[in-house]
Design a protein around this ligand. Structure first.
Ligand code: AMP
Ligand code: MG
Length: 327
């Protein structure tokens, strides 16, 4: 299968969601709510999920969607103002749609996994979104546990890292066995990307989360020392890190969880699109033991611990280093 229709629908939906997120972030007062797990969520997370679920529901009514948000918090009376803002922003894309339709689209994202399903993070890196840094909209199609299509919108990422002010806002699009492309959000520039083909371990660039609570930097430093790395790591929020590996801006994305993990296992929507973006660009993605990520077990990567995404050439050396430091 070449997934042409899936790719087109996903690109259009994610592009609209990226525009909505840019519009929300451009406003003065960004409303931020705290979810039950105390993680932040904004008007843009809900608006993005509504737009993408609407587009997938219209094109592929049989496909379940396993997405991060649900509308329950928005339906509380105290949230009326927030829901009105979500409605206003979604109506910029779908005029005259009602609040009830919007909450139904958001809740369509509470689907159950099946042999074929989509997984969506409407804003990955919400903390980065709020801070004015990087964030992503991440959508992936999974069939029989294998990621077939991955689309990442990075509305604050420049097309070329060397020209940070130009062409800000890109999509990274990967289809199984068809490679990875980067394109501007307006679709005017598109090109294939490839990982860095450098196996010189001493010179490689590591990338990690901005949020220090999201991975164990002491262990990541211990690995860097073991490998003889001298460069300070790049830091970026969200799955934009996978984009950085795919286009050779960095060589190694490490996500080593804390030994005493309050956080638990990784969510599938935090990795599915990004992992395909890297592997289709020639890289490799596994857990800390070298096992492939298993997207067939539910909404969590319950058989994997941690993430190693690399340019491929260095992957075995990294896994050996992790073993040497006892991770
Ligand atoms: P990043 O910007 O790469 O750190 O990734 C953002 C993602 O980290 C969010 O979408 C969350 O799902 C996830 N996250 C939130 N809290 C934690 C935590 N304590 N440890 C690991 N990941 C987390
Ligand atoms: Mg996320």
């Amino acid at each position: 299968m070449n997934y042409t229709q899936e790719q087109q629908i996903a690109i259009a939906a994610v592009t609209n969601a990226a525009r909505l997120c840019q519009q929300v972030r451009a406003q003065q007062n960004l409303v931020t709510l705290a979810k039950a797990d105390r993680s932040p969520v904004t008007v843009a997370d809900f608006g993005s999920q509504a737009l993408i679920c609407q587009a997938l529901l219209a094109a592929f009514p049989e496909d379940p969607i396993v997405a991060e948000e649900d509308a329950q918090i928005l339906q509380q009376p105290a949230m009326a103002n927030c829901l009105a803002q979500v409605t206003h922003h979604v109506q910029n894309f779908i005029p005259q749609v009602s609040t009830d339709e919007i909450t139904a689209w958001i809740n369509h994202g509470n689907g159950q996994m099946a042999s074929r399903f989509w997984t969506l993070d409407p804003i990955d890196g919400t903390k980065g979104f709020i801070r004015g840094a990087q964030y992503a909209i991440a959508l992936a199609l999974i069939e029989q546990g294998e990621v077939k299509v991955g689309v990442l919108a990075c509305p604050a990422l420049p097309l070329k890292p060397t020209q940070p002010q130009d062409n800000v806002g890109v999509l990274l699009v990967a289809v199984k066995d068809q490679g990875t492309q980067i394109m501007t959000l307006d679709g005017t520039q598109t090109f294939q990307v490839q990982v860095n083909h450098d196996d010189n371990v001493n010179k490689l660039h590591v990338i990690e989360s901005v949020e220090s609570a999201h991975s164990d930097r002491n262990q990541q430093q211990a690995l860097a020392k073991n490998l003889g790395l001298t460069q300070t790591p790049l830091r970026m929020d969200s799955q934009a890190k996978y984009g950085a590996i795919a286009r050779g801006e960095a060589d190694l994305y490490l996500r080593i969880p804390f030994a005493q993990a309050a956080w638990g296992q990784e969510n599938i929507w935090d990795h599915a699109a990004g992992a395909l973006v890297v592997t289709e660009a020639g890289g490799q993605v596994t857990d800390l033991k070298g096992q492939p990520l298993d997207f067939s077990l539910g909404s969590k990567l319950s058989s994997n611990r941690g993430i190693v995404a690399s340019n491929g050439l260095i992957h075995q050396r990294i896994l050996a280093g992790l073993q040497e430091i006892g991770v």
